[in-house]
Ligand binder design. Structure first.
Ligand SMILES: [Zn+2]
Length: 319
C-alpha cells in the first residue's frame, strides 16, 4: 500500500521529494494508507498522541467555561449554506450523496457497479455535507440574544477539505479542535488575541519551534484574491506555524481567526446590548500537530522527552 502513497493515487501525480515523511509514517505503521491521498487510518500510538493534544485543548477550554461539544463529521446542508463557505471555498467542500431509487434504479446501479459504469450519477444530494470546520456547527446554536458574557465552545470534529496531497500535514480528512467565542466585538477580538498567545505557548511547550504570522485563507477565484488581501491587511487571521522536518517551508498547525460579524449576521446572533454578534475561533489542527511532534521528536513516542510525554499524558499509556 505504501507504493500508492509513494507513486500518488492513479490520476493524481506523485510529487517527488515531498512524500518522504508520509511514507515514513506509513512504514512505521503510525498512519494506515487507504489508497486515497490524504486519507489515512490512525494507529493506537498515533491516536494516544492526538488524545493528549485534545486533553490539553480541553483544559484550556474548561478554564474559559467553554461548553464542550463533539460534533459529527457532517453538517446540515442548510446550515452549511449559511456559513457562506461556498462563496469563498467551493473547491474545498465535499457533499454527501445517497441512493433513493426503487428496484429498477437499484438494478441499474448494480449493473453500473459491475461494468465500471458511472454509478454515482444515480445518487442524489443528501441533506448533509461534509464538515469543513468544527466551529460551523456552533453558530446555529447561538441564534437569538446572547448572555452578557457571550458564549464559548470547546468543539471538535473530523473535517474534510478536498485537497489531495502527498504531504503528511495536508490531509483531506482530519480532526480540528477549536475554542470558539461568540459575543461582543471586543470580546471576540480578545478571544482571538489571548487564544493565539495561549496556543503558541502550549505548542512551544511541546518542543515545537512556533512563530505567529498573519495569513489569509485560500479563497477561490478572482474575488478571492481581493478577500485574501483584505484579510491580510486587517490581520484577521493569524497562524501558528512551525517547520516540520521532512516537509518544505513552514506549516500552520493552529490558527486564530477573527470572523467579525461573518457568522453573526447570517445566523441572526445578537449581543445582550443589541448589536450584531462577532465571533472568533482558535483552531488546532490536531493531525498536523501530531505529525509535527512525530517529525521533531521521532517516530516512537515512547522515546520522546519525558516533559513532552507528561504534558500529553503518555506516561502510562505507552510504557
Ligand atoms: Zn473556526
Amino acid at each position: 500500500m505504501t507504493d500508492i502513497i509513494r507513486a500518488g493515487t492513479p490520476g493524481t501525480p506523485g510529487t517527488p521529494g515531498t512524500e518522504s515523511l508520509v511514507c515514513r509514517l506509513v512504514d512505521a505503521e503510525l498512519l494506515v494508507p487507504t489508497g486515497v491521498l490524504g486519507l489515512y487510518g490512525r494507529s493506537g500510538t498515533y491516536q494516544d498522541v492526538a488524545d493528549g493534544i485534545g486533553a490539553m485543548v480541553r483544559r484550556w477550554g474548561a478554564s474559559l467555561g467553554a461548553r464542550r461539544l463533539h460534533l459529527p463529521p457532517v453538517l446540515g446542508r442548510a446550515t452549511f449554506a449559511h456559513t457562506n463557505y461556498l462563496e469563498s471555498f467551493p473547491d474545498l467542500m465535499g457533499s454527501v450523496h445517497v441512493f433513493s431509487g426503487g428496484n429498477p434504479e437499484h438494478k441499474e446501479l448494480l449493473r453500473r457497479v459491475e461494468s465500471g459504469g458511472d454509478w454515482p450519477a444515480l445518487l442524489e444530494p443528501a441533506d448533509v455535507v461534509l464538515a469543513s470546520a468544527a466551529c460551523h456547527g456552533v453558530y446555529p446554536l447561538c441564534t437569538g440574544v446572547l448572555p452578557i458574557e457571550g458564549r464559548t465552545f470547546d468543539v471538535q470534529s473530523y473535517c474534510f477539505r478536498h485537497e489531495p496531497s502527498p504531504q503528511a500535514a495536508r490531509m483531506q480528512s482530519f480532526v480540528m479542535h477549536e475554542i470558539a467565542h461568540v459575543g461582543t466585538a471586543d470580546g471576540a477580538w480578545n478571544h482571538r488575541e489571548e487564544g493565539l498567545a495561549h496556543g503558541l505557548r502550549m505548542l512551544s511547550g511541546l518542543g515545537l519551534d512556533m512563530s505567529a504570522v498573519p495569513a489569509s485563507d485560500p479563497f477561490f477565484g478572482r474575488v478571492g484574491a481581493v478577500l485574501a488581501a483584505g484579510q491580510l491587511d486587517e490581520e484577521l487571521k493569524m497562524e501558528g506555524v512551525t517547520a516540520i522536518p521532512g516537509t518544505q517551508g513552514m506549516t500552520a498547525i493552529m490558527s486564530a481567526n477573527s470572523h467579525r460579524d461573518h457568522f453573526g449576521v447570517p445566523f441572526g446572533i445578537e449581543t445582550a446590548g443589541g448589536a450584531v454578534a462577532h465571533s472568533a475561533c482558535v483552531a488546532f489542527g490536531v493531525d498536523r500537530i501530531v505529525v509535527a511532534l512525530l517529525a521533531v521528536h521521532g517516530l516512537d513516542p515512547a522515546s520522546w522527552p519525558s516533559g513532552v510525554r507528561d504534558q500529553l499524558g503518555l506516561a502510562g499509556s505507552l510504557a
